[in-house]
Design a protein around this ligand. Structure first.
Ligand code: 9MR
Length: 369
């Protein structure tokens, strides 16, 4: 998927230590945070976090929002191959080191994202021979897990293995890892990860399974078939991550989607909702109506999916509208637009939106884990 250069450029920031101020009054009564509500039900609640955001003008408020509202951080950029390995001779650990340090200071868990993804691969890596790419996959997993051993609660070991448009057997995504080892790259990555991380939850993370259309149906069927093949081979996978980038442009059949989630659960996996947000581009322009429509989609979706006890973790893709990938993408594509995406539970001033209330209500209503 595309990534605005502007976000990359700022990743090289220094090792600033952040003093996190007391929560602002908008935090509401003590304990009234999404993280606390979820913890009381046995659900881990988190959000993706981009450490360079803490260097911006809103850095302290951004850090405070995370420290207060969530229990877990997913690295949005810091552990990706393109960030960690900008060229063959460099391993750029500084951004990920900062992220782990922040999480540990705030006593937040980390979801490491991601070790093996046939996308967002740097150009030099794409030029490797098959053998070299295979060697590098193994070395990358060993290097990254070796450095952060025992410090992440979960790892998205393999991200987005399915891509029907690549026309590969099993609808697998093409790329250097598939080329190097064939489908076995997936089981191999998990086996290797398990040797270094005996306790962390090892996750296979996938996109596009949610919608009620041909693409959603293909992703659901392909993922279930892949999970069965991986189970047959004894791949040490603990949980399946469903990204859940919801959109105003798509239709959802929630009974059908929850039946699919139940089927994953019956295969013996936990389910992590890993990247929840809502692209509101096709909702009404009026902000009150738009926010209400986003809140309704969150309420309907979470009301259905959180009823399944095998869903043990819920992560938003960022928390505030103005740090969302959708916001940055819109800024790049429509620099002069007056309206911007509002996909998340907090607005650009980090105040709660109706979506926050809808999410809180869904967590209050769900059965405990
Ligand atoms: O939000 C992320 C964006 O800032 C990056 O530029 C992009 C490429 O690394 O990845 C985005 O996050 C993606 C995630 O890693 C995998 N699922 C889809 C997410 C949104 O594109």
């Amino acid at each position: 998927m595309p990534h605005p250069v502007s976000r990359r450029g700022v990743l090289a920031g220094g090792l600033a230590t952040l003093a996190v101020p007391a929560p602002p009054s908008s935090a509401g009564p003590a304990g009234e945070t999404l993280g606390a509500l979820a913890t009381a039900k046995g659900l881990t609640l988190g959000a993706s976090f981009a450490v360079h955001e803490t260097d911006g003008p809103h850095g302290e408020r951004y850090a405070a929002l995370y420290a207060r509202e969530v229990r877990s951080l997913t690295s949005e950029l810091e552990l990706k191959l393109s960030v960690l390995r900008p060229d063959p001779d460099t391993i750029a650990f500084a951004p990920a080191d900062r992220l782990f340090a922040f999480a540990e200071r705030q006593r937040l868990a980390v979801r490491g994202h991601t070790l093996v993804w046939n996308d967002d691969v740097p150009e030099w890596f794409k030029a490797l021979s098959r053998r070299e790419a295979g060697y590098m996959m193994d070395a990358h997993i060993e290097t990254v897990l070796g450095r952060y051993q025992g410090r992440a609660a979960a790892w998205d070991v393999v991200n987005e293995p399915i891509a029907p448009w690549d026309n590969q057997p099993g609808n697998l995504r093409a790329g250097p890892f598939l080329t190097a080892y064939g489908e076995d790259y997936i089981a191999r990555a998990f086996r290797l990860a398990r040797t270094l991380e005996p306790r962390a939850k090892l996750v296979l993370n996938e996109a596009f399974t949610e919608t009620d259309d041909a693409r959603g149906a293909t992703f659901r069927a392909s993922l279930l078939a892949l999970l069965r093949r991986l189970a047959d081979r004894g791949a040490p996978i603990d949980a399946v991550g469903l990204q859940c980038h919801l959109s105003s442009r798509h239709r959802y059949d929630l009974p059908r989607f929850t039946a699919f989630v139940e089927e994953i659960a019956t295969l013996g996996y936990d389910i992590h909702l890993t990247e929840l947000d809502c692209d509101d581009g096709a909702f009404p322009r009026d902000i009150a109506r738009r926010d209400a429509a986003v809140a309704r989609l969150y309420a309907d979706f979470l009301g259905a999916v959180l009823s399944i006890r095998a869903v043990t973790s819920l992560t938003f893709w960022q928390l505030a509208d103005t740090t969302s990938w959708l916001y940055y993408r819109d800024l790049a594509e429509r620099p002069r637009a007056a309206d911007r995406p509002r996909p998340l539970p907090f607005d650009g001033t980090f105040a709660r939106k109706p979506a926050w209330t809808a999410i809180a209500d869904a967590i209050r209503a769900m059965p405990p884990r």
